[in-house]
Design a binder for this molecule. Structure first.
Ligand code: C6P
Length: 418
């Protein structure tokens, strides 16, 4: 008897973790759920759900205020989560980690504080053409307020790679370079360390949007040598409403506060206030304590699996999905041919992306359609909307096969062919 074909190692990882995610076991519209909307948000493992319940059942109190036992427990848990984020990113110190609501708020914080303190009329902010609105609109608002100008690094065709030939020229005289690590629309993985090195050589501050990479691959802010880095907990198996901003300590110390309120001050009189030290200076009001606890559990969970292993698994499923999608005549796939983040956006001839996603959902398959908050990029590509399937380490090749079968059925229904 011949030996059974070896399963790809990655499939073993997916199969071994699926039971950790209660949401994945559901049937949707009578069909087993295929959840391919992970770039929007990931599902949550039981360890995260239980950590949040445990916090509310046993340790719920406000932080940094009480002398009572629950207050001390909540403070220890919240500050323990900050330590965890610092090690997750390999920050030099815990003071370089500010809790926010997520990537969007982290980027807005940089624009509102560092930006307001340092940018003047005529200064230049460099972005790329593939930025999510969260890494575009805050800079547009800042530019409008200060009189600064925006400059864009171009993206090449449907393959979606950054054209870096004009990088040094674009950085000349600029103050800030903000760019995404992994594009949520194209899947492009940008060369973060190289971009940050060019920025540093030009005296330009670098801001990395790690929304799509933090939960997918090892991230080391010291090795990348970035000045700021933003990510969201909910895209890393954690809860919604919590995320973090990494910021180099010297920059934080020179930055004005973000919002005014409790916790961000050291002394207040009727006339004025002295501000607390970073990171508290940037965390006014009662923070998302349970969110931080859930994020801590999520980062433990991810590192328990290994982020390099997660990346390999996601690569495997994504490459397979691209191969299968190429079977459709006339399909237009966006993003790099080689290594890419865990997603693929596409359009099919004569099939409206919204119809596709709605009918796929009727058969249990969750994908996203639209411009994915990258409308200028979609304008450049000449498409109002794309369909996007996005993967995580719990997705399997078998799910991709089901997705492809469902797509065929949907296309037949839309086109009225048997
Ligand atoms: N992209 C997507 O479906 P928030 O919403 O703050 O957690 O993350 C914003 C954000 C910033 N940058 C990138 C590259 C992103 O992908 C996102 C979120 C989701 O693609 C929701 S639009």
């Amino acid at each position: 008897m011949s030996a059974p074909a070896a399963q790809p190692q990655s499939t073993c990882l997916a199969e071994s973790v699926r039971a950790d995610f209660p949401a994945l076991a559901q049937r949707i519209n009578g069909h087993p759920l295929v959840y391919f909307d992970n770039a929007a948000t990931t599902q949550k493992p039981r360890a995260v759900i239980e950590a949040i319940s445990h916090h509310y059942e046993h340790n719920n109190a406000n932080v940094h205020r009480g002398v009572h036992t629950l207050g001390n427990r909540a403070t220890t848990a919240y500050e323990g989560a900050r330590d965890r984020v610092a090690t997750f990113l390999n920050a030099r110190s815990r003071e370089e980690i500010i809790f926010t609501r997520g990537t969007t708020e982290s980027l807005n914080l940089v624009a509102a504080t560092w930006g307001a303190a340092h940018l003047r009329a005529g200064d230049v902010i460099v972005l790329t053409q593939m930025e999510h609105h969260s890494n575009l609109v805050p800079w547009q608002m800042l530019a409008r307020r200060t009189g600064a100008a925006l400059r864009f690094l171009p993206v090449h065709g449907d393959e979606g790679l950054l054209d870096l030939s004009g990088l040094d020229a674009a950085l000349r005289g600029a103050r800030l370079l903000a760019f995404t690590h992994i594009s949520n629309a194209l899947g492009t993985i940008n060369p973060v360390a190289e971009l940050c090195a060019h920025a540093r050589a030009a005296g330009v501050v670098s801001v990395v949007d790690a929304a799509q990479s933090a939960g997918h691959m090892p991230l080391d802010v010291r090795a990348l040598d970035c000045d700021f880095l933003a990510f969201s907990g909910h895209k890393t198996c954690g809860p919604t409403g919590i995320g973090a901003l990494y910021a180099r300590r010297e920059l934080l110390e020179a930055m004005p506060p973000y919002q005014g309120g409790g916790e961000m001050i050291s002394r207040v009189t009727f006339e004025g206030a002295e501000y607390n030290e970073p990171p508290h200076k940037f965390e006014a009001g009662t923070p998302n304590i349970a969110g931080a606890v859930g994020l801590h559990a999520a980062l433990d969970y991810l590192d328990g699996l290994g982020r390099a292993r997660i990346h390999t698994q996601v690569q495997d499923v994504t490459t397979y999905a691209c191969e299968r999608l190429r079977e459709f005549p006339g399909v237009r796939l966006f993003g790099p041919q080689g290594e890419r983040g865990g997603l693929v956006s596409f359009v099919l001839p004569d099939v409206h992306a919204l119809d596709l996603a709605t009918m796929a959902d009727q058969q249990g398959v969750a994908i996203r359609v639209g411009h994915h908050c990258t409308q200028p990029l979609h304008d450049k590509l000449g498409v109002p909307a794309t369909a996007r399937a996005s993967f995580y380490f719990y997705n399997t090749r078998a799910e991709v096969d089901r997705f492809v079968t469902v797509l065929r059925r949907v296309i037949q229904m839309i086109k009225g062919t048997p």
